[in-house]
Write a protein that binds this ligand. Structure first.
Ligand SMILES: [Zn+2]
Length: 410
């Protein structure tokens, strides 16, 4: 893989491709073709996601119209209440939320939603965007995720940070929210490519190809998809011992839905998966390289040694990375995510600034070459040395991340 190839893929996929959209489908077909072009067998696996259209939304504060977008799949509503800005989530703060429309600083997380629902809040306002960047004007389009709300609904609207600040500054008293939408289900999809090894056991590589509603998703995460294509290109002729699956996941940005669907529909085969290597954001000009390992500490230490021997600067640590490695680890597959993490002021994600311009084709090639060496070593190992046991500290982190347990301090 060379820089020309990186530039071509970035250019060809420079469009918004949210999970379940026709653009996501177009990109899935595109990636399937690229895999076949490299000589791999490749196919598409569909799964169902929530969808909404015909969305209309209005937010009024003391009669003034505020620019907003209603959350997809939060239902249709007409509500009115006192505005309550709630920067903290302690018991006292929550006790004041009853019957009010609550502006919060966090997104609609599982904890925020269930707390506000139980406290009797009438609605939720969230915000994002850089208030001090005049070029940052768009409002992100959020959704009420099924696994967050667990079937309950509240009217939720999203505004730009500038308007959120203005609501607080002006001391707005009464707000009303009106939302109308049609909710249904549609298909999202994973693209799977396969290189046959000598053994039944396999290594699954993954990278999501969907984007958020405002983003071209070049860094997050066409870069990781290019990495996967580069690894495929590098390993297609080596006849590995372990079979290799390359899974380009859809709907990651909607809550890891593609990798969750893959793990659910391949539950039996996962018993023969010795490792998941996930790529989410590589190849920027700036930022350190990280391996976040949801497996035994020995793998962290091994990656550190391996990188030093290969002459590749990086950091490795144990942890749960907010990406498609997590559902694999949760099914007991040792998993890790590779990423090059640029500062938010240089290569921000989930907004209009994530474009091919933030990507370094040279760095993408170099990052991919390192990842390919690592995968080749594992794929050709006499036996994959990584223990199938996910250690207790990682199991606990998975419980927190997947909302089965609440952090003591949250
Ligand atoms: Zn991502």
């Amino acid at each position: 893989m060379d820089t020309k190839y990186v530039k071509k893929i970035l250019k060809d996929t420079a469009y918004i491709r949210t999970g379940g959209s026709k653009e996501e489908k177009k990109c899935a077909e595109y990636l399937r073709k690229r895999c076949e072009e490299l000589g791999a067998k490749a196919w598409i696996e569909e799964f169902t996601v929530q969808a909404a259209d015909g969305l209309r939304c209005s937010l009024k504060a003391d009669g003034r119209e505020i620019d907003c977008l209603g959350y997809k799949n939060c239902g249709s509503w007409d509500v009115e209440g006192k505005l309550y800005y709630m920067p903290n989530t302690d018991r006292y703060s929550l006790s004041e939320a009853k019957g009010k429309i609550v502006l919060i600083d966090t997104g609609v997380t599982h904890a925020a939603f269930s707390d506000l629902y139980d406290a009797g809040a009438k609605g939720i306002i969230t915000y994002s965007g850089d208030a001090n960047n005049p070029a940052d004007v768009c409002i992100d389009h959020k959704e009420l995720r099924g696994f967050i709300s667990e079937g309950k609904k509240l009217p939720c609207v999203h505004v730009h940070t500038r308007d959120a600040v203005e609501l607080v500054e002006s001391g707005a008293k009464k707000v009303s929210i009106s939302i109308a939408q049609n909710e249904y289900e549609e298909n999202s999809r994973n693209v799977v490519a396969y290189l046959k090894g000598k053994r039944k056991e396999s290594i699954v590589l993954s990278a999501h190809y969907d984007s958020t509603p405002l983003s071209l998703g070049s860094y997050d995460n066409m870069s990781g998809c290019i990495g996967l294509l580069g690894v495929l290109d590098e390993l297609k002729d080596i006849k590995p011992l372990y079979s290799l699956y390359f899974v380009f996941c859809g709907s990651e940005e909607r809550g890891l839905l593609g990798s969750k669907a893959y793990c659910a529909s391949h539950e039996k085969e996962l018993e023969d998966v010795v490792l998941n290597v996930n790529l989410d954001m590589i190849g920027t000009y700036m930022g350190g390289f990280l391996a976040c390992v949801t497996a035994e500490q020995a793998l962290v230490d091994y990656i550190r040694y391996f990188a030093a021997i290969e002459g590749f600067g990086m950091k490795a640590k144990q942890g749960v990375y907010s990406s498609d490695s997590t559902p694999f680890a949760d099914k007991g597959v040792p998993a890790l995510s590779f990423a090059r993490l640029a500062d938010d002021t240089i290569a921000p994600i989930h907004n209009v600034f994530d474009t091919p311009a933030v990507m370094s084709p040279e760095r993408t090639v170099a990052d991919t070459a390192f990842i390919a060496k690592f995968v080749r070593t594992m794929a050709c190992a006499g036996t994959c040395p990584v223990s199938r046991n996910i250690p207790d500290n990682m199991k606990e982190e998975l419980d927190y991340y997947l909302n089965r347990k609440r952090r003591p301090d949250a």
